[in-house]
Write a protein that binds this ligand. Structure first.
Ligand code: TRP
Length: 442
């Protein structure tokens, strides 16, 4: 295989308003990773996935805009990475159908998100699938299409998404197997355990579901108010404070250098007042967020520019990867130009050599317990072997015949009508040509 840069693909859920926890846990590390050398990075807004949960069109549009602006403001450079919107690459949904037709339904039954919905229904005494859309059920297949359409090697995800990457591997592998060629790279999940989960205002993990978040681009006055509302203990100024278990300290650490963190720990030991500590945290967050907020606001004032950036990314990606791949895949599954393939069955003799069915060796066991092989082209048997005691012997004979190490005259075989040596040789040549083509394919 030719050496190409490692492809790293990141899907961004377009729901909600980004908060500091999203920034520290996802956006900031992903943008740092986007600058890694020797990688081709893909960042996309999973807007089709968002429709599974959010069905308010105005909110869907708004959220897509906000999240795109957030990533750009935080430093994602669309000139260096692929930045696009899932729905701008319609080959993704077309591929989803091809994958749907090889995906095991039983595997989807075991997907965590779907199973959790079923479990809730059972606990409530409802029908298993009450309120479950087929979109939720098919979520992993769409996600697999996102990944496989660009043959991504690595997909950075949280632990909760690892199962989805495994499913993408499974579907890709099945497709490769059914259609006899390595069409898809099998992706690996990359889970980064070092990424901090940020505490929220109440000390629990910052999350929309706990209503304890600090919006990333809150105006300074609101940011300050929220920082001052972070839960602390009741120790007075002058009393030493514990850094252990202090949400304020953890938030500080997420934005500080190592030296600043050490100094802040000393201030805790020296009994800094909570008001002072909060002011220091506010200043520190502002230092990092203020320049981004400025870019964010400028971007939000020109939504048409963001639209252009996304469309441009999608257009170039389609041209470069998605459209050619889908053309190959359509051909692979038999969605083909009818003018170029045989229409009538049984007319094999009339078919031009180039469109004859590819010959194949078939190995099998007879009722006598012995092993045989035959070389067939469509319905026609070109060569029928004698019995072998072990399947290995039959396999080795095939291999030697294919490689040219064994002359046809020396093959222990007979065929009812006698062996047509020219036809066998043509079949072997066709197989060799097909192998060479496979090896050369991207
Ligand atoms: N499911 C991912 C999440 O909730 C988002 C996503 C959609 C994704 N498609 C993807 C992530 C493809 C990685 C690759 O975070």
């Amino acid at each position: 295989m030719s050496q190409r840069p490692l492809r790293v693909l990141t899907g961004i859920t377009t729901s909600g308003t980004p908060h500091l926890g999203n920034y520290v846990g996802a956006v900031r590390p992903a943008i740092a990773a986007s600058r890694a050398p020797e990688t081709e990075s893909f960042y996309f807004l999973a807007d089709l996935h968002s429709l599974i949960k959010a069905q308010d069109p105005a909110r869907t549009q708004r959220s897509t805009l906000e999240i795109a602006a957030t990533w750009l403001a935080a430093g994602l450079d669309p000139a260096k990475v692929w930045f696009y919107r899932q729905s701008d690459v319609p080959e993704t949904t077309e591929l989803m159908w091809l994958l749907t037709c090889v995906a095991g339904k039983g595997i989807l039954n075991r997907a965590h998100a779907y199973k959790a919905a079923v479990d809730r229904n059972r606990a409530d005494g409802e029908d298993d699938d009450a309120g479950v859309t087929a979109g939720l059920f098919m979520y992993p297949v769409l996600m697999a299409a996102d990944i496989l359409i660009f043959n991504a090697d690595r997909v950075p995800v949280g632990r909760d998404q690892v199962q989805h990457i495994e499913m993408a591997r499974d579907f890709g592998q099945r497709f490769n197997h059914v259609y006899g060629h390595d069409w898809f790279t099998l992706p690996e999940a990359a889970v980064d355990d070092n990424v901090a989960t940020l505490p929220g205002l109440d000390g629990r993990k910052m999350s929309k579901s706990y209503d304890n978040t600090i919006p990333l681009f809150a105006p300074p006055a609101q940011l300050k108010k929220l920082v001052f509302s972070i839960l602390t203990d009741s120790r007075a100024p002058g009393q030493p404070k514990d850094t252990e278990g202090s949400a304020l300290f953890q938030l500080y650490q997420a934005f500080a250098t190592a030296e600043e963190t050490a100094a802040f720990a000393r201030a805790y030991a020296d009994g800094i007042g909570w008001g002072d500590a909060k002011q220091q945290l506010f200043d520190l967050i502002e230092r990092e967020v203020a320049p981004m907020r400025e870019r964010y606001e400028a971007l939000m004032a020109r939504p048409g520019d963001i639209e252009d950036i996304l469309r441009d990314g999608g257009r170039r990606l389609r041209e470069r990867y998605a459209t050619p791949l889908l053309a190959q895949l359509r051909d692979a599954v038999g969605l083909r130009d009818l003018g170029k393939v045989p229409v009538a069955a049984g007319a094999v003799a009339d078919i031009a050599p180039a469109t004859r069915p590819l010959p194949a060796f078939k190995q099998y066991r007879e009722a006598d317990g012995k092993f045989y092989f035959k070389l067939v082209e469509g319905e026609r048997v070109l060569l029928q072997s004698h019995a072998f005691d072990a399947p290995r012997d039959a396999g080795q004979t095939i291999a030697r015949l294919r490689s040219g190490a064994l002359a046809l005259a020396d093959v222990p075989a007979d065929t009812a009508e006698g062996v047509d040596a020219a036809a066998v040789q043509a079949a072997l040549d066709a197989l060799a040509a097909a192998d060479a083509e496979k090896a050369a394919a991207p």
